[in-house]
Design a protein around this ligand. Structure first.
Ligand code: UDP
Length: 333
């Protein structure tokens, strides 16, 4: 039986990963400091005999050493998330995204020197492309960041450092790593608390409030269901040719944010309305958005059998139902 460590496993994506691995007969250890995740997300697996939860931070060296000492795979998902959090807590973002990755890689190298090669999946982000003006982004494209005076870019830059570092451990020490750049991931249990648009729209709609669309809503994103995303990176981890590779992971079906709002309204209550808000009001005067974000998924399709099972309409219906049920149980945001 394989033993996997999931950092950030109480978060939205990590908790779905934990469920999938348990269903695949893995032993799973989750480490999470519950800063943005919540142990509640792990309700479906927490009593399983193959599951353990450690409340702690991956910035703690002795804890990381102990946790990686008997695992076969590490999924490093712990990170500062959400554009809103990034603009309000930039120090936290940079520190949380860089130091723990360094620590995990150096502890995995220690294990490799002891004769055991542990594969690492590094969760990166489409934010590493910054505001590259190309209509489709492929993994060899340039990273185009704005100035350091705008905190938003610190997130992409910190994730880019993580990628450089992981690739350097491969190059210098042949430590097996796989890097996934997640595009907008959505699905049950994602909270709107850190700024993510779909849960925010759905929470507003269910409360009978207007949906707040930033700017004119013509900015474009592609939304992928978390189950499709988890399946994709698990398949990458099982594919030898994916080692040392960087992969876009997500959906390549674009939708404008205004169109997304209209689809949520159609799913919840056609009488609901939209209000427009400037970026300056929503974030701060320095905020700069990424106007269009669409992945080129050719590399992913060449490497694994990528067959997304979910379409946006179905995802919206599922998240609406799940949010309704959560509100009925009295669990907020
Ligand atoms: N957005 C919006 N209303 C909200 C939250 C976000 O219009 O309540 C917009 C946001 O400005 C961005 C897009 O939706 O253009 C996606 O934002 P999110 O934070 O979900 O992800 P991003 O792709 O920016 O990382």
């Amino acid at each position: 039986m394989k033993h996997a460590l999931i950092t950030g496993g109480a978060g939205f994506i990590g908790s779905h990963l934990a469920e999938t691995l348990i269903a695949r007969d893995y032993r799973v250890t989750v480490v999470d400091d519950e800063s943005t995740g919540s142990a509640e997300n792990l309700a479906a697996v927490r009593d399983h005999f193959n599951f353990s939860f450690v409340n702690g931070t991956v910035a703690d060296k002795s804890l990381v050493r102990r946790l990686v000492s008997d695992v076969d795979e590490v999924y490093h998902l712990a990170a500062a998330v959400g554009v809103q959090l990034i603009s309000t807590a930039p120090i936290h973002t940079i520190e949380t995204n860089i130091y723990p990755t360094e620590l995990i890689l150096s502890e995995l190298l220690r294990r490799k020197r002891d004769g055991y090669s542990v594969k690492l999946f590094l969760a990166s982000s489409s934010e590493v492309y910054g505001k590259n003006p190309k209509p489709l982004w492929n993994e060899d494209d340039d990273l185009v960041f704005g100035p350091t005076t705008r905190p938003r870019w610190s997130y992409g830059a910190s994730k880019a450092i993580d990628e450089f570092l992981a690739l350097a451990y491969w190059r210098q020490h042949r430590l097996p790593i796989v890097i996934g750049r997640f595009f907008n991931v959505v699905g049950p249990r994602q909270t709107g608390r850190y700024g993510m648009v779909l849960p925010r729209f759905i929470e507003a709609a269910l409360a009978g409030r207007p949906l707040t669309v930033h700017d004119d809503g013509s900015q474009v994103r592609c939304f992928a269901h978390v189950n499709d995303v988890v399946r994709s990176f698990l398949e990458l981890m099982d594919t030898d040719s994916a080692v040392a590779g960087v992969f876009n992971i997500g959906s390549d079906q674009p939708v404008s944010i205004l169109q997304l709002a209209k689809q949520v309204i159609a799913a919840v209550d056609p009488r609901l309305t939209v209000v427009f808000q400037s970026y300056a009001e929503a974030y701060d005067a320095d905020f700069e958005d990424v106007r269009s974000r669409i992945p080129d998924l050719s590399r992913l399709r060449r490497t694994i059998k990528y067959r997304p099972e979910y379409q946006l309409d179905g995802i919206i219906r599922e998240v609406v139902e799940q949010t309704r049920a959560r509100l009925r149980r009295g669990i907020s945001g």
